[in-house]
Write a protein that binds this ligand. Structure first.
Ligand code: ZN
Length: 340
């Protein structure tokens, strides 16, 4: 009970990529050496989580430069040479995004070798993350489909093929990252959840969706500052997710203004990954602070359904900060477990 896990990403070592930045450039140009370095970094990421005592570990997303574009590189129909600077997350920030130029197609396995490698490194349960359909569509320029919902469904079909294979390769939890769900609130109950349902159809392992308020970068902090005293975005989308086919919902609570009452909207139908670690601060929370978040969530959902987690990915943080946060997450969960 109260098994700990993380949202997905961890900081990369300096010899793999420039530290403490998003979309960091690889430190190595030679392709074979880069592959070797990525694998070494995955070993370390898993080892760090095991050492901290995390129950359900991830590969720390060490093999991808960006949580959306890393996957798209292997999909046909997307032109990475044709990048367009567009406003994403409802124009919260600008990003150079590749362009969909023809029908998208998965021509072969995308993450299978990464997953097979990570699987061999640990006996613990393994989580693997992929971007969700709505977030993919929001992080791309589109010159072909001309309809976001239609493009999302096309990506959902590709994600589904991939997810089914990764489950067979031994992944225990496949998580789709959907930060865009917190932005396009009206579209989540319609095509957002429909696309997710398609992505998990027939997938044999547990499935999760992660919805957060983003990394601690300036544009996000400014956006959050303008969201008011109570962040009520989740209350608009959780009813639709409660009736979705996703098993687990990952939400942000630590240091946020999300009221814990929103958990009731899941109607006890889902597991809840409780974000108990703030990824925007450079100091690890104390185990007591973590325990406090878990206890508050337990007022609305039984501990059997709770998985203490980070608010979001920790890739932009210094490695020692991230390690401290992992340890506190585990210690905080332990404290609450001892009280039950
Ligand atoms: Zn996140």
């Amino acid at each position: 009970m109260l098994k700990t896990t993380i949202s997905g990403s961890l900081p990369k070592p300096f010899w793999l990529a420039e530290p403490e930045v998003l979309w960091a450039k690889w430190s190595i140009e030679d392709a074979a050496r880069l592959e070797e370095a990525k694998r070494d970094a995955v070993r370390l990421a898993i080892r760090d989580q095991e050492q901290a005592g995390i129950d359900i570990v991830s590969d720390g997303e060490q093999s991808r430069q960006h949580f959306v574009h890393g996957m798209l590189e292997k999909i046909e129909g997307i032109d990475f040479l044709n990048k367009q600077r567009i406003g994403i997350r409802n124009d919260r920030y600008k990003a150079d995004c590749p362009t969909v130029t023809s029908k998208i197609q998965r021509t072969g396995p995308i993450h299978q070798s990464e997953v097979a490698f990570a699987r061999r490194q640990t006996k613990r349960d393994l989580k693997f993350t992929m971007p969700g359909p709505m977030t993919i569509v929001d992080t791309l320029a589109d010159n072909h489909y001309g309809d976001r919902a239609q493009l999302a469904m096309a990506f959902a079909g590709i994600l589904n093929l991939e997810a089914k294979e990764l489950a067979k390769a031994g992944v225990n939890v496949i998580q789709f990252d959907e930060p865009a769900f917190n932005v396009y609130l009206d579209e989540v109950p319609t095509w957002g959840v429909e696309a997710l349902n398609l992505a998990v159809e027939g997938v044999t392992c547990k499935t999760a969706v992660h919805i957060c308020y983003g990394y601690g970068i300036k544009a996000n902090l400014e956006w959050k500052a303008g969201l008011g005293e109570i962040w009520d975005q989740y209350s608009k989308i959780l009813p639709a997710l409660a009736s979705s086919n996703i098993d687990q919902i990952s939400l942000e609570f630590a240091g946020s203004r999300v009221p814990f009452e929103v958990i009731e909207l899941l109607e006890d139908k889902k597991d809840l990954l409780v974000g108990a670690i703030d990824v925007t601060t450079l100091e690890a929370e104390t185990p007591d602070q973590v325990a406090d978040v878990i206890r508050k969530s337990m007022k609305y959902i039984s501990p059997e359904k709770i998985y203490p987690c980070t608010n979001c990915g920790m890739v932009p943080l210094p490695r020692e900060v991230s390690m401290g946060k992992l340890t506190s997450l585990v210690e905080g969960a332990k404290k609450v477990r001892s009280e039950i």
